[in-house]
Design a protein around this ligand. Structure first.
Ligand code: NCD
Length: 354
């Protein structure tokens, strides 16, 4: 079974297949039990609200048997490695392990369930990048050519670690802007078109030039290594110097969109007055997380067998050139057992435009 540990584990073809499945699942009143008979374990070693709840609900609605482990109450606290813990899960018959860890990378052993990252240290958070991409795709109807500014603590953000590995491959023009002390690491920045120290530019000018801005929370809890370094941003002065104030939001175009993976520390990286700005998609991102994580769990649980050749659920014409590219070639094998068979001729419609 496949592992999903990095945004690089999602090909563009698979990304659009997952978007389509997420859209289908969202449109259904009853969720088909695509994980019936499968066992999903959540192993969480760091705090989480959205990610943990959405993965749990996703597994439950898909009919999986689900167990949640707080890493501090497992043998991890006695020094057992994550790899050995994953082997134990496999031996006990767990099919999918959703893992959040403070380690920067997850390395499953040979005998392991399908592992889905729910965030690893300052490394990656691939499903967050996927759901951010879906939210942008819904809002703009395309990703190709979209200009996205990621603003904030890119150096310590695992969400950005996955954005940088996913979005450029989907055609997004990605600019990273951060306080100089928190500019990204070289290895994360290969696909990033521009990388800008906020001390060197007018943030208003940057905002005026993009289709969307995705704001990141300063990861204060991950700054221990740099305590004492001069010129580090502080919570009290952050908003005025680097954050999305009301004045700066006025520089954004009316049709631009504002995203944030959450949790937002209102008053630090975004002015609380922008909470109900019509351009903000933060709540939509939370809702989308459930469906994107359902789709990823289906892929991880092995019930998404022909995503390389085309699944019956995805075997429809699409008006989107990107999707036509991924689904348009040949006719995929018919899967009469597909829970999506009935109604599968329906065109995909964006949930935002229903
Ligand atoms: C993020 C995380 O934990 O990486 N939150 C999330 O999963 N939506 C971002 C953060 O902690 O700032």
């Amino acid at each position: 079974m496949p592992h999903f540990l990095s945004a690089e584990d999602f090909s563009p073809r698979l990304v659009y297949a997952l978007f389509r499945l997420a859209g289908e699942l969202r449109a259904r009143r009853e969720t088909p039990k695509l994980l019936s008979g499968r066992s999903v374990t959540l192993l969480f070693g760091e705090p989480s609200t959205r990610t943990r709840l959405s993965f749990s609900l996703a597994a439950l609605r898909l009919g999986a048997e689900i167990l949640t482990l707080d890493e501090r109450l497992t043998s991890r606290a006695k020094g057992e490695t994550l790899a050995d813990t994953l082997e134990v899960l496999a031996l006990l018959g767990v099919d999918v392990a959703v893992v959040r860890t403070s380690e920067d990378a997850i390395r499953p052993p040979a005998l392991a369930p399908s592992v889905v990252s729910a965030g690893s240290g300052t490394g990656e958070h691939p499903t967050q990048a996927l759901l951010d991409a879906w939210t942008l795709y819904e809002a703009f109807g395309r990703l190709e050519g979209l200009r996205l500014l990621v603003l904030g603590d890119v150096r310590h953000s695992r969400v950005f670690g996955s954005h940088a590995r996913l979005l450029p491959r989907l055609g997004v023009h990605l600019t990273a802007a951060a306080p100089r002390a928190w500019l990204g690491r070289e290895e994360d920045l290969e696909g990033v078109a521009d990388r800008i120290a906020l001390e060197d530019v007018s943030l208003e000018d940057l905002l005026a030039a993009v289709d969307a801005v995705l704001v990141l929370r300063p990861q204060w809890e991950r700054h221990a290594h740099s305590v004492g370094t001069p010129a580090l941003p502080t919570p009290a002065s952050y908003l005025e110097r680097y954050g999305l104030t009301q004045a700066r939001a006025r520089a954004l175009r009316p049709e631009a969109r504002i995203l944030h993976p959450g949790p937002v520390t209102w008053g630090v990286e975004i002015d609380p007055a922008l909470r109900d700005d019509p351009r903000i998609l933060v709540r939509r991102q939370v809702e989308n997380g459930l469906y994107v994580r359902m789709a990823v769990l289906v892929a991880a649980g092995g019930n998404f067998p022909s995503y390389e050749t085309g699944h019956a659920a995805f075997a429809r014409d699409s008006s989107s050139p990107a999707e036509r590219g991924y689904f348009g070639e040949g006719s995929p094998p018919r899967d009469d057992k597909s829970p999506f068979r009935e109604g599968s001729a329906r065109a995909f419609t964006s949930p935002l435009h229903r």
